[in-house]
Design a protein around this ligand. Sequence first.
Ligand code: DI6
Ligand code: FE
Length: 411
Amino acid sequence: MAGDQTAGSARVRIWRNARLATLAQGLPGLGVVEHGAVAARDGRIAFSGAEADLPAGLEAGAEIVDCEGRWITPGLIDCHTHLVHAGNRANEFQMRLAGATYEEVARAGGGIVSSVKALRAASEAELVAQTLPRLDALIAEGVTTVEIKSGYGLDVANEAKSLRAARQLGELRPVTVRTTFLGAHALPPEAKGDKDAYIDLVAGPMMETVANAGLADAVDGFCEGIAFSPEQMARVFNAARKHGLPVKLHADQLSDLGGAALAASYGAFSADHLEYASEAGVRAMAEAGTVAVVLPGAYYFIREARKPPIGLFRRDGVRMAVATDNNPGTSPLTSLLLAMNMAATLFSMTVEECIAGVTREAARALGLQAETGTLEAGKWADLAIWDIESPAELVYRMGFNPLHARIWRGN
Ligand code: DI6
Ligand code: FE
């Protein structure tokens, strides 16, 4: 795995005396390297592998960090969040504790629409200020890349405001932010029940504005009875395609509308949730290379009874990612480590699947597999260094953070 060996003038930093979970594609399991080292130059990994194989040219003049036997994994990637939102919905949580379902709360005018009111009332600066503590919580656990969706603005100005706030967060903190335009998240009150007319707005002026301003890296939608039909989502995806934007989809979360197959038919990076995905939907995802993003925080928080079809994903070779789905309504979760524990405990995913799900496969769910997600030469030098004896501890603990250090782009 040796990379470029020429010793340039750029500063080289080497983390040595470490155990690596490289997650490298060709290696079995976690791609473990005992007695390993990682070298970074110009923000990229210049070497990752056995310390004995470290090129002498790299070592000369390098800054050396002794990891004292700690584990290094790729920096963690939270590939599905609604981190930019205003206020919270603790009141609805109380309603649900008293017996109301998520769908009943939504139909009663609460749900996503109440977060829309709060977001519209907040300035961009207020949104950034409210979101920073959530972003910092993720960063504190070793997250180096985070996806952030819009979807609480639901008009041109407020969707653009949300995405600008997300971009700004990436300037304020040493973290890679990927933005996703989720205009088709819910029907705003002023649409007065006319979903088709609202989809015209999303696929037309809204998409045009965010695409032309370079505010979105991808396009997402909520394909569900309480949100938008597959036909309506297809119109959004056609518009995304016109603007050269990749797509992903909230699919089959509360019912099977064929969302997984729809996402696959557009070559989506990912289909997310998937509790009610059908066998045919899973097969279509496998053929398209669409990643299954499982969101155990939402499953847990709404006390969903049906689990995503993990066995079918495995059988058909669908790659699985794990994310927090941080949002005020169904997953007020800011711990990717806890999401891993939940994926293992609630969905019976293995330790290897959980760790790959927040690194290598999460990168793929964002189309970033060439840049991050594994410890391999050429990728961004995004690392998490852990005070653990074995990688299983990352999945095993609940509410404990063993992060020793986090490196983003070599720093
Ligand atoms: N599915 C979800 O679980 C969240 N959005 C979505 O499409 C819920 C968002 C919210 O309730 O605010
Ligand atoms: Fe979501």
